[in-house]
Each structure stands twice: as C-alpha cells, then as structure tokens.
Ligand binder design. Structure first.
Ligand SMILES: Nc1ncnc2c1ncn2[C@@H]1O[C@H](COP(=O)(O)OP(=O)(O)OP(=O)(O)O)[C@@H](O)[C@H]1O
Ligand SMILES: [Mg+2]
Length: 386
C-alpha cells in the first residue's frame, strides 16, 4: 500500500534538507524540519518547522514524538534520542549505530579496517601531543594527513602535513588521526542506497575536483573518466560499505583512485551528498527521491544517467563579499540549453559559502565541461554591500 500520510521528520534544515522536502512533496509526503535557524533553506519549503538543536537529546525526542519516520541531512545529531525514538516504535533511518560509527572519523576508519574495506593506513591519537610524540619517535614520517575525529566538514578538520613547519603551523588540536597520503589520480564518489527489504542501488561514480583554497568540491563530472572495471569496482565497494553498515537511506562513499589503480575509501556520509546534486537534472532517479524511497521502504529507482554527461558546479560566495546576496550573470546562463540553476535560499553570502549549485548537461563530457566553464565565468555570487 502506498500511503503518503506518514510524517517524515528531518534533522537539519540546510540545502540538503530543502531538496529532500521538495522531492518528498512530489509524492505528497509531509516533511518536518528541526533546525536552530528559523528561515534556514528547508524551512521555506517544508510542511512544518521546529526551532531546536538537533544535537540536544530533548529537542530531538520532542521533535520525533509525533513523526512516523525520522531521518537526517547532517550526521552530527543526538543518537541517544534517536535510539529512544526507535524504542517508541518510530522508524529511524539511518540506524543510530551506523551514525555513531560515521560521526567519529576514528571509529569510521576502524570500521573500514575491521570490514576489510580498503582505506588509507591510519593511526588514532588521544590528542595532538601524542601525535607529535609519534613523529619524534619516527613512527610517523612526513608527509601525512592529520584529521580531527569529530566535527570536521568541508575540509575544516583536515591538515596536510608536508614539512616540519606545517607541523607547527597547521597542527589541529584534540583527538585526531593520521593517515598516509594517498597518491591520488582522481577523487571519486559513489552514492548507494538501501531500503528495509535489503535492496541496494548505486549511482554511477562521479569525479570530483576541489577548489585549491576552500577545499570544497567546485566541479564534479558524471560519469567519471575512469575505466569500466574501475567503475564496477567503485560501485561494488560502495555496496559493500552500505551493507556492512546496515543502514537504510543513502550512503555517499568518497574514494581515492590512486595512481597505481587502487581504490581506497576516504569517508562516507549517510545522507544526500554534494556529489549527487546533478542527479536531480541528469539521472532517472534523483538522490533525494532515492533517499525518500529508501527510508519509506519503496522500491529503489535506477540511478542511471539520462544525459550523456553532467557537470555540477557549487555556487560559492565570491571572495571579498559578505552581506545580502545577489546573483550576477544568471540570465546569460539560463539562456543556454541544459543549464539548471538551484539556489538554496540563504539570505547572506560570505566567501566560499555554499549558496547554490548548477547542473550542466550535454551529450558528452567535453561539451558539458565547455559549457560549465562559461557558467563558472558568468555566474557570480556577490553582495550588494561590499
Ligand atoms: N589520506 C589522504 N591522502 C590524500 N589526500 C587526502 C587524504 N585525506 C583527505 N585528503 C584530501 O582532503 C580532502 C578532505 O578530506 P575529508 O574528505 O576527509 O574531509 P572532510 O572535511 O570530511 O571533507 P568534506 O566535508 O569536504 O567531504 C579530501 O577530499 C582529499 O582531497
Ligand atoms: Mg570529504
């Protein structure tokens, strides 16, 4: 029976929450958002908004009481409250246990090791002093990567240590881990989905290129320019990770394709992901609809592309601009075929803030990239108050 009367509660009201609500609304599902910020992107399109802290036990419990299904758009939420909601008979996806593993990059890496999932060799440290000790003892040699165990996002909890000076300037404090530096040929991501019946579907791999300063994905290409064998391997790996974690909903698996042809899992996110935004415009099923299908235990859709190639550009706030946002050059871009602009509804821009994204579709990668270069030059996120 296909019933759309179930109330879906979403922890977090950013752009991912907004796009989940929009997708759920197509099937008349009612969506409810818990977020500290009134006026957040999702609050503008959901059925009901509750102001509150998704990290607070009572806020999450109270929010979930009258919902049927509870899901997330951010992994840093209170999992004790989610467990309590499960005990009360609510459907909670992803599983709180999987969230606990993922929230902490240390336990996440240990999980990969325990499950024979290839990942960069690593070691956990109590704090940065213990790490420096390991360096002075010669157990860790430069270069390597240091990551904080919790609360890192958009590259903020990641420091690449190349020189002794980096160790002084960039060292991150608190519980952390070190990782061997991957010799990266291409960064790729595969989004998998699982429903309660145990069906798994995977999207094609995407290729990610990073903004050198902001450490944000600024350019993404689907299909990735990798061999069919590597594509199959990456998809199989994403399926293994979601099955091992046993969580329902989406799981975005970021991977490194190394120069020697190995694929290592970097990290996973149990929710819609930046690397799946293009699917709204270029795939048979969007990642957002897939998440709704998965958490409501409907048949999963095909993630195959309808367009020959798709490029996704994040619309980041221009450097030097902070204040009320305006978008320059949108008309020129919208006049082109296969250009889809998505704005998140954030009133204020600041340097490198994710304000929206654009999907560009074309028959092949080359033409999609050419069009994307034009869009990137034309479309600027600036402020009226410089
Ligand atoms: N072991 C590694 N070897 C080489 N580069 C790495 C390694 N780990 C991380 N990086 C680089 O740093 C980037 C950010 O790392 P990671 O994905 O772990 O951090 P994050 O803050 O969770 O990222 P985001 O929120 O942007 O996904 C990676 O995409 C990659 O470019
Ligand atoms: Mg990452």
């Amino acid at each position: 029976m296909f019933s759309t009367t179930r109330k879906i509660g979403i922890l977090g009201g950013g752009q991912l929450g907004k796009m989940l609500c929009l997708s759920a609304a197509n099937w008349d599902f009612k969506t409810y958002i818990l977020d500290p910020t009134p006026g957040c992107p999702a609050s503008q399109v959901c059925t009901g908004f509750t102001q509150g802290n998704f990290n607070d036990y009572h806020d999450v419990l109270e929010f979930g009481r009258d919902k049927d299904i509870i899901t997330i758009e951010i992994e840093h939420v209170n999992t004790d409250a989610l467990r309590e909601l499960e005990r009360m008979g609510k459907t909670v996806h992803p599983a709180p246990a999987a969230l606990d593993i993922i929230k902490d990059k240390g336990t996440q890496k240990e999980f990969y090791r325990q499950n024979d999932i290839p990942t960069a060799p690593f070691e956990l440290f109590e704090d940065e002093k213990a790490l420096l000790q390991a360096v002075s003892e010669g157990r860790w040699k430069l270069p390597f990567v240091q990551k904080t165990r919790t609360a890192g996002y958009d590259g903020k909890g990641v420091a690449l240590m190349r020189t002794p000076a980096d160790l002084e300037k960039k060292l991150l404090s608190g519980p952390c881990l070190t990782e061997e530096l991957a010799d990266i040929q291409t960064e790729i991501a595969v989004i998998a989905a699982q429903n309660e019946d145990g069906s798994v579907a995977v999207f094609p791999a995407v290729e990610m290129d990073f903004h050198p300063e902001a450490n944000l994905v600024e350019f993404l290409l689907c299909p990735a320019r990798i061999s069919p064998l590597q594509e199959a391997e990456a998809q199989a790996l994403a399926e293994r990770v979601i099955r091992s974690l046993g969580c329902c909903g989406l799981l975005a698996v970021e991977m490194f394709l190394t120069k020697s042809g190995e694929i290592w899992v970097n990290e996973s996110a149990p929710r819609p992901h930046n690397s799946g935004h293009h699917t709204i415009d270029s795939a048979i099923t969007s990642q957002f609809q897939q998440h709704i299908r998965a958490v409501t235990n409907l048949p999963l859709g095909s993630g195959n592309q309808v367009a020959g190639a798709a490029v996704m550009l994040n619309l980041l706030g221009e450097e030097g601009h902070k204040g009320p946002v305006v978008y320059l050059g949108a008309e020129e871009c919208l006049a082109m075929e296969g250009v889809y602009i998505h704005l998140y509804g954030k009133a204020m821009t600041s340097p490198f803030r994710k304000m929206g994204h654009v999907t560009i579709t074309a028959a092949d990668a080359e033409s999609a990239i050419r069009k994307a270069d034009f869009v990137k030059k034309q479309l600027k996120v600036v402020s009226t108050e410089v």
